[in-house]
Design a protein around this ligand. Structure first.
Ligand code: DX5
Ligand code: ZN
Length: 217
């Protein structure tokens, strides 16, 4: 089974981002949370930060856009060199057109679903996406508790991906810890975002390995 661990720099030390990126070099991708204070009630950083992170990060960037009007803004993140760009289904005017544009630029295209968003409209469109992100907390803040009630939805998406034969990655984001990661893996996730669980300890690399072990336990 594939397990990807994507630490979220939302939980890193913003005054020492380059140092903290070095501490997670054994992870698969670095998850970069873009929040605009409109789609979610919190504000982080934007394109100039991603352009700079792209220059110094030892691992590829997995950009998660929690913003309004991703149709307008997401392509810029792909042009900046992000490995994957994930936008929210609830915010996009034309998710398929946007995903195609991201792929044309050379990024993997991801679609994210808030905890109460049904996946069904997208299950027939899986070929348009490289990854689906199931939010396991309400987007906006790190350090929240994992919502087990999102797992039946994740399992439905996993089943649709399996039936399609497509290589669509299934990502979970929010409240992922050594205690909860196994539940999400069991439901079919292969890519795990973790902020506080990685940066909350003294040695992030050890936390990453503990998450890998717990995912396959
Ligand atoms: C929440 C963000 C997450 C956040 C996860 O809206 O999308 O990526 O950083 O943080 P933890 O792992 O602390 O729940
Ligand atoms: Zn995120």
């Amino acid at each position: 089974m594939t397990t990807r661990i994507n630490p979220s720099i939302l939980a890193a030390d913003f005054a020492n981002l380059e140092r903290d990126l070095g501490r997670i070099a054994t992870a698969d991708l670095v998850h970069v949370d873009i929040m605009d204070n409109h789609f979610v009630p919190n504000l982080t950083f934007g394109l100039p930060m991603v352009e700079r992170l792209q220059q110094v990060s030892p691992i590829p960037l997995d950009v998660h856009l929690m913003i309004d009007h991703p149709d307008r803004w997401a392509p810029g993140y792909a042009e900046a060199g992000a490995f994957s760009v994930t936008f929210h289904a609830e915010a996009a005017a034309d998710p398929v057109a946007l995903a195609r544009r991201l792929r044309d630029i050379g990024a993997r295209a991801g679609i994210a679903l808030k905890p109460d968003t049904e996946p069904e409209p997208f299950l027939e469109l899986l070929r348009e996406f490289d990854q689906v992100l199931v939010m396991t907390v309400e987007p906006g803040f790190g350090g929240q508790s994992f919502m087990p009630r999102t797992m039946p939805k994740l399992a439905r998406i996993a089943e649709a991906v399996r039936r399609s034969g497509l290589d669509v990655w299934l990502q979970v984001d929010g409240g992922i810890t050594a205690e909860t990661i196994g539940i999400a893996a069991e439901a079919g996730a292969d890519t795990f975002v973790a902020g506080s669980a990685v940066f909350g300890g003294d040695v992030p690399a050890e936390r990453i390995e503990a998450l890998r072990l717990a995912a396959s336990a």
